[in-house]
Design a protein around this ligand. Structure first.
Ligand SMILES: CC(C)(COP(=O)(O)OP(=O)(O)OC[C@H]1O[C@@H](n2cnc3c(N)ncnc32)[C@H](O)[C@@H]1OP(=O)(O)O)[C@@H](O)C(=O)NCCC(=O)NCCS
Length: 143
C-alpha cells in the first residue's frame, strides 16, 4: 500500500476533505467550517506554510499542516508541525509517516535546522520517527 500513497501540496478545493479530516483531530477541538473555508486559501497560498495532502486510490486520506519560520534560538529557520491527521480507516498503513517524511524533506530543502511539534496522544508515532521530547508545551487562550 505504501507505494500507492501519494503526497502532494494542498489545493484550495481540498478544503471540504481537510475539514472532514480535521474533525477527527481531537474531541477537545471544534473546527468551525466557515472559518476554515475563509482561511484555507490564505494558508495554501502562504509560501511559509505547508499543507500536504496524502492520497490513496484518488481519495484524500490525510493531511499535514505546518510552517517554516526564522528564529533567533536556532540560528536560522525552523519548521513546526501544527497538525497531522490520517483518516481513521487508513491509520497504521504508513500514511502519517509519508506525510512527515515529505515535510522533513521540504524543511531540509529550505534550510530548516530542526522540526518541532507538540503532542499528547501520538508520542509513539513521533518517537518512531526519531523525534524526542525536550520541553513541556504551554498555551493560553486569548479569546
Ligand atoms: C498519529 C497519526 C497521524 C499516525 O498516522 P498513521 O498513518 O496511523 O501512522 P503510520 O502508519 O505512518 O505509522 C508509522 C509508524 O509509527 C507507528 N505508530 C503510529 N502511531 C503510533 C502511536 N500512536 N504509538 C506508537 N507508534 C505509532 C506505526 O506502528 C508505524 O511503525 P513502523 O514504521 O515501524 O511500521 C494518526 O494516528 C492520526 O491521525 N491520529 C489522530 C490525530 C492525531 O493524534 N494527530 C497527531 C496530533 S499531534
Amino acid at each position: 500500500m505504501q507505494q500507492k500513497i501519494k503526497i502532494r501540496k494542498a489545493r484550495t478545493n481540498d478544503v471540504e476533505m481537510v475539514y472532514a479530516l480535521a474533525t477527527q483531530l481531537s474531541r477537545s477541538v471544534t473546527i468551525k467550517k466557515e472559518l476554515l473555508e475563509k482561511n484555507f486559501q490564505k494558508l495554501v497560498l502562504d509560501k511559509n506554510h505547508q499543507i500536504l495532502i496524502a492520497e490513496f486510490e484518488n481519495a484524500i486520506v490525510g493531511y499535514l499542516s505546518g510552517y517554516l519560520h526564522l528564529t533567533i534560538y536556532a540560528n536560522g529557520k525552523t519548521a513546526y508541525v501544527d497538525e497531522i491527521v490520517v483518516n481513521t480507516n487508513n491509520r497504521g498503513t504508513g500514511v502519517g509517516k509519508k506525510l512527515m517524511l515529505e515535510f522533513e524533506r521540504i524543511s531540509k530543502t529550505n534550510d530548516c535546522v530542526l522540526i518541532s511539534l507538540a503532542t499528547s496522544k501520538a508520542r509513539g508515532f513521533y518517537e518512531n520517527l526519531a523525534y524526542f521530547s525536550k520541553a513541556a508545551y504551554y498555551k493560553k487562550y486569548l479569546h
